[in-house]
Design a binder for this molecule. Structure first.
Ligand SMILES: Nc1nc2c(c(=O)[nH]1)N[C@H]1C(S)=C(S)[C@@H](COP(=O)(O)OP(=O)(O)OC[C@H]3O[C@@H](n4cnc5c(=O)[nH]c(N)nc54)[C@H](O)[C@@H]3O)O[C@H]1N2
Ligand SMILES: Nc1nc2c(c(=O)[nH]1)N[C@H]1C(S)=C(S)[C@@H](COP(=O)(O)OP(=O)(O)OC[C@H]3O[C@@H](n4cnc5c(=O)[nH]c(N)nc54)[C@H](O)[C@@H]3O)O[C@H]1N2
Ligand SMILES: [Mo]
Length: 911
């Protein structure tokens, strides 16, 4: 480390840290030198291009841009010298001439340049503006462009290229001809823009604006909260006027550093949609539940409005009578990973104490259940070992079966930045994707062949002795047996099985093993298979034998999906475990909960999501309480799942919309959306953060936490939680991993990472630097065999159907199809096929096709997509009119009990 520098700033002696710019030093001292680049977002590279921050340095002929210039010992800097002041004013006047008369905007970031002018006391210009031939471009559904307002500060270029690494925005022309351009011509709508809106937030003049900002100008209130969508956990500031969210800004949270994606920035208005449920509803007596209602019909017509009193009474009584008549395990509950930690905690407590059933699960079962099974078995803990931001500290990044630039867009920005800064990126996925185009190795392999590919990599690493012997010696059990097992998995033998040539397998194996710090990210392509646990076992082995768990820049990171799937799991929304992963069949652990909850609990693990559906169909589960999940769209083999739901004696649904699941309910309880309640949420990095209430609930809708508590009271539980903070206090008492966290601390610090065992504990970002929470203190290698997917293509069903997501839509579409910008960007279902397959089937993109599997059939338009391999079709499961899960295979992984949502056989026919 070089030593601090002392220099004179406006006559005052000050000390600069090494690498600090003059401007940053001044700011530290409370002196704001005007400027646009890092002045707007401290994470932006300073550019020196606006020339607003010029200072005079004694003895130098020209003025210096203080954002770029670093002080040296003894330097004499002045911001107030007549030359510096005159220059800055002149620059401001020149910039002002570039921009037509100022009309203040509702979108406040758009006014920053003018505010800067006011601060400098420059509001008009001596110069005549050059003719600007540009016309506003309103082609894009999310962003309006008006380049007549552009002052060429280039913030948008840095936003797009350096912060989000999307490279859509650039500069064309030189000198006075320089102007901002998009990558495919003039209109933004035709560019490859993914509408993250980073450029909009960075633009100080309103040349880039969120579409349709209201006029006249409104003064908005702001509320600091989170994004309700994915497990990245972006912090967001909501700008609200008259109980409406007008726009959002990314906040400087640890996971997002002010960045957002299209959903967080533009996807909020589902909460204002007229479809919101605002009154409790009860099924009209005599109206049968018919899954056909899901194909169209008057869903609301099946119900009548009820008071809360009646609806809650009805819901509680029906669950209670079922329990009395058929026993505890005739009841099941699905809690929600869209809800807060406190809601998840109370939901599972309700099921376990009111009914004494462990039949309580949530969408994690269809998500990372297999990853968690493998992690618990291998390293004794199911959460990530390092945050995704550690990608920037890694020198090799492996991404497998995940599509972060689409599903965790902000997390992907760190991966792309790391690659740009010299890290090697390996992307392993049957489909091509945006991230593969950044990769050193973008390897497309056969769907379902992960074990073959990974075992071959493990073979290379072990036979070429690229393992970390010291690490294995100290931290890992089972290496000898594992080495024996891996012997037969030569790359040559596996090449055909996985569709990757032996040379490439060797190259990626060596690249990974030779890294000083390697980190692995994985997703649903790994977990959603009947051999999902085996896939994850291989990844764990890869990290362990190369010594890549427990240090910064290394680790295992199954990218968590929902905004609170980590927290919901931690809080015990899982049939085999109580909060903090205390097994229900562990007498000692369960005993702790029995003491605090003051009653005996059921020691037998309950049924999982798909098992509950099977039990419902068999008449064993007869009543359900479903909060914030839409299994009538998200479960596999929907014809069966929907029949199962319809066959229940009693179904209570607590949601914000009339979902496909709600259409089969007996009682519907209208809940608050994310924006209408306060609670804590835990992201993929194990960072616990506060979501704060932004809006009042619509109509008679009530907070989820209050509804759960009202039902509990009617079931005879003596609950008196005053608010979410009060619930959290109980949680930290029974969850040692959260003991040091409180709502007050979250308010104060913004984010606290668990495990955090005391108020003084900072929380642990990187886990297992010392050892693993296993009986022996060591991790365990578990061998995996190559097994075929459950249902392979054949003559009758020659294509592989793979399902998943698209950037703009969230799961079952309940929220995003009601968000205006997102819906405009992707308005309907599309079946993606390779162009060659389309041609072979005699189709052109856009033609309709019917997809049929052994379980169901659906119709939608095709889209040509050369990222989809030949022989495969892709469909997202967000569209009720072509619900992908009508086709999917419900066969389960034996360990994680997850279904094979990424692989089944279908036929494709022209409609
Ligand atoms: N926009 C958006 N973002 C989301 C969500 C959303 O609905 N929409 N949902 C959130 C949730 S809950 C989750 S769990 C995450 C999921 O995020 P991801 O894990 O990224 O989910 P998917 O897109 O379903 O699948 C990931 C990849 O698996 C690949 N794949 C398919 N078959 C195989 C295979 O056999 N082997 C391998 N290795 N890969 C395969 C697919 O080609 C795809 O690229 O996203 C979260 N983020
Ligand atoms: N074919 C196929 N199927 C899949 C997958 C796949 O890749 N392919 N992925 C699986 C995965 S990983 C997951 S995580 C699941 C997701 O499956 P689900 O969790 O069933 O899907 P979501 O659409 O996220 O459902 C959330 C529900 O909560 C409601 N909601 C939103 N906010 C609130 C709130 O604050 N309170 C209440 N009470 N309700 C609220 C929404 O309206 C919506 O109905 O899908 C799984 N299914
Ligand atoms: Mo998920």
């Amino acid at each position: 480390m070089s030593k601090p520098i002392t220099f004179s700033f406006n006559g005052q002696q000050i000390t600069a840290q090494p690498d600090e710019s003059i401007r940053a030093c001044a700011k530290r001292l409370g002196f704001d030198i005007p400027g646009i680049c890092s002045g707007i977002n401290p994470h932006y590279r300073t550019d020196g291009s606006c020339r607003l921050c010029m200072v005079e340095i004694k003895g130098e002929r020209t003025l210096a841009a203080s954002c770029k210039r670093q002080p040296t010992d003894g330097m004499d800097v002045s911001t107030t010298s007549p030359r510096a002041e005159a220059s800055r004013r002149m620059v401001m006047e020149l910039l002002l001439a570039d921009r037509p008369a100022f009309t203040p905007s509702t979108y406040q970031p758009a006014d920053r340049f003018l505010t800067l002018g006011e601060q400098m006391d420059v509001s008009s210009s001596r110069f005549t503006p050059a003719a600007d031939g540009s016309t506003p471009d309103t082609s894009h559904p999310a962003i309006d462009v008006d380049m007549s307002k552009c002052i060429l500060c280039t913030n948008c270029v840095r936003a797009c290229q350096e912060i989000q690494s999307n490279a859509v925005i650039g500069i064309a022309g030189r000198g006075h001809l320089a102007h901002i351009v998009f990558d495919q011509g003039d209109a933004l709508a035709f560019s490859s823009c993914v509408a993250c809106g980073e450029c909009v937030q960075a633009c100080p003049t309103g040349a880039l604006l969120p579409k349709a900002m209201p006029h006249p100008v409104l003064k908005t209130e702001t509320v600091d909260s989170l994004c309700p969508y994915c497990g990245v956990g972006c912090q967001v500031t909501y700008h609200v006027k008259d109980d409406k969210i007008i726009y959002t800004d990314g906040r400087d949270g640890p996971a997002n550093l002010s960045r957002l994606c299209v959903k967080g920035r533009f996807g909020f208005d589902y909460t204002h949609h007229p479809d919101r449920l605002t009154k409790p509803l009860i099924r009209i007596e005599g109206v049968a539940k018919d899954p056909a209602i899901l194909n169209g019909g008057d869903a609301f017509g099946q119900f009548r409005e009820a008071t809360w009193e009646e609806a809650l009474g009805h819901a509680a009584a029906s669950l209670e009578s079922t329990c009395e008549e058929f026993g505890a395990d005739a009841i099941a509950g699905f809690g929600s990973a869209k809800g807060s930690n406190e809601e998840a905690y109370l939901f599972q407590k309700l099921m376990r104490t009111a009914f004494k059933t462990n039949n309580v699960d949530h969408c994690t079962r269809l998500c990372h259940a297999s990853s968690v099974a493998a992690l618990m078995e291998g390293i004794g803990s199911g959460a990530v070992t390092a945050p995704f931001t550690d990608a920037e500290k890694a020198d090799v990044i492996l991404v497998i079966g995940a599509r972060p630039s689409q599903n965790h867009p902000v997390a992907s920005t760190y991966i792309k930045a790391a690659k740009r800064d010299g890290a090697k990126l390996i992307v392993l996925d049957p489909r091509g994707q945006a991230l593969s185009r950044h990769a050193d190795y973008g390897v497309q392999f056969k769907p379902g062949a992960d074990v073959a590919l990974l075992n071959a990599m493990l073979h290379v690493i072990i036979t070429e002795d690229l393992v970390d012997h010291a690490y294995i010696e100290q931290r890992v059990n089972g290496f000898e047996e594992f080495s024996q097992h891996i012997k037969t998995f030569t790359p040559e033998r596996m090449a055909e099985k996985c569709g990757v040539d032996a040379g490439t397998i060797r190259a990626i194996a060596r690249t990974f093993a030779q890294a000083k710090r390697a980190i692995i990210f994985w997703g649903m392509g790994v977990s959603q298979h009947t051999h999902g646990t085996d896939n994850a076992r291989c990844l764990i082995a890869l990290a362990l034998i190369t010594g890549n768990v427990g240090r910064p820049g290394t680790g295992l990171h199954p990218l968590r999906g929902q905004n609170n799937v980590q927290g919901a799991s931690d809080a015990g929304l899982i049939p085999m475990v109580l909060p903090d992963y205390t097994r229900v069949d562990d007498d000692f652990g369960r005993g702790r909960f029995e003491t605090v909850w003051q009653m005996a609990l059921n020691p037998v693990p309950g049924l999982t999501v798909v098992e509950i559906m099977h039990a419902a169909l068999a008449g064993d589960v007869r009543a359900m309480y479903i909060m914030g999940e839409n299994p009538a769209m998200s479960d596999p083999d929907l014809n069966k799942a929907r029949r199962a739901l319809a066959s229940l004696d009693h179904l209570v649904v607590q949601d914000i919309f009339m979902t496909e699941t709600a259409m089969l309910a007996d009682v519907i309880l209208p809940a608050t959306s994310f924006y209408e309640k306060t609670g804590s949420f835990t992201n993929s990095n194990r960072q616990v953060q506060l979501g704060r209430q932004v809006l009042p609930p619509p109509g008679d809708a009530r907070e989820d936490l209050i509804i759960i508590q009202d039902i509990a009271k009617r079931l005879g539980l003596d609950w008196h939680y005053k608010n979410t903070a009060h619930v959290f206090e109980e949680m930290r008492r029974v969850m040692p991993s959260h003991a040091g966290i409180s709502h007050q601390r979250l308010e104060r610090e913004g984010s606290v990472t668990y495990p955090c065992t005391s108020e003084e504990h900072a929380g642990e970002e990187i886990l297992f630097g010392e050892g693993f929470p296993m009986a022996s203190g060591k991790a365990r290698l578990v061998p995996a065999q190559t097994l075929a997917p459950d249902e392979e293509p054949d003559e009758a069903y020659p294509f592989i159907l793979t399902t998943g997501r698209m950037l703009e839509h969230w799961h079952t579409g309940a929220m995003t199809r009601r968000a205006s910008v997102l819906d405009a960007l992707e308005p309907g279902p599309v079946i993606a096929l390779h162009p060659k397959d389309l041609a072979q089937l005699g189709l052109v993109a856009g033609d309709g096709v019917t997809l049929t599997s052994r379980r169901g059939t659906l119709t939608a338009a095709t889209r040509a997509d050369s990222d989809v391999p030949q022989g495969v079709v892709f469909l997202a499961f967000a569209f009720h009119e072509a619900a992908a899960n009508l086709l999917t295979n419900p066969s389960l992984d034996p360990f994680g009990k997850i279904a094979e949502l990424k692989y089944c056989a279908v036929k494709v026919e022209k409609t």
